[in-house]
Design a protein around this ligand. Structure first.
Ligand code: 3DU
Length: 217
């Protein structure tokens, strides 16, 4: 099963949680509140507690290439992948970022659509254009919403198996564990359902179990 845990709270000590979950999850996603609140060195300290799996900086970049590279360079040594928005396009933006990340042996993940209700207002309408960008750019991964599994299925059909789909929205935002995987995602990203639990390890194991049950159903 494929589970990445989102760490977002800036005022929370995540070290022991990371250690507790290290052997049962596939990675950790570090959110902007955490990185801005605790500083990028905190990413290195967390990673030293679990040096396996995929570590992602969720910078949600949306700027010119020059600035996205400057922002990325502040944290990239501590992570394996960085997330950027797709709507900024390739020329002068994502193309430069991808080249920069490639040169460092790091992965680019591009947001194709989002999990909150407001994604219908703009993101869903722009999806065909963003998928054109992704199709041409060929990033390692994309983000697509667990809350709308039909979007994942249509993206998978359009882009094929070569792209890795990471899917947030499970738990606190309403999607059931396993729904996104069944729709074609490779990883589910889960934050509060696990991090706000009194027993994060039990919560993560329950997510994995639910994913398995759903896939077998
Ligand atoms: O709702 P949760 O607590 O499970 O956290 C979801 C995480 O995924 C959080 O870090 C958020 O920034 C990220 N994310 C979305 O929730 C929705 C998206 O479309 C993209 C990323």
């Amino acid at each position: 099963m494929s589970l990445i845990v989102a760490l977002d709270s800036p005022d929370r000590e995540f070290g022991s949680l990371v250690e507790d979950l290290c052997d049962i999850v596939d990675g950790f996603k570090l959110g902007l509140p955490l990185l801005m609140g605790r500083g990028v060195d905190y990413a290195a300290r967390l990673r030293s507690r679990c040096n396996r799996g995929l570590w992602i900086a969720d910078l949600k970049l949306a700027d010119i290439g020059h600035v996205m590279k400057l922002t990325t360079s502040l944290v990239v040594e501590h992570v394996d992948a960085v997330i950027a928005h797709g709507f900024v396009g390739i020329q002068g933006a994502l193309g430069e970022l991808k080249e920069f990340l490639n040169s460092l042996g790091k992965k680019l993940v591009v947001v194709a659509s989002m999990s909150h209700p407001g994604a219908r207002e703009v993101y869903d309408k722009a999806l065909p254009l963003i998928l054109n960008v992704i199709g041409e750019l060929e990033p390692w991964g994309i983000v697509a919403p667990a809350t709308r599994p039909q979007v994942i299925t249509s993206i998978r059909e359009r882009l094929g198996d070569s792209v890795t789909i990471l899917s947030p929205g499970v738990g606190a935002q309403g999607a059931e564990p396993g729904a996104a995987i069944c729709a074609g995602a490779d990883y589910e990203i889960v934050g509060r359902l696990i991090t706000s639990s009194n027993d994060p390890r039990a919560a993560a194991l329950a997510v994995k179990d639910a994913q398995k049950q759903r896939l077998q159903a």
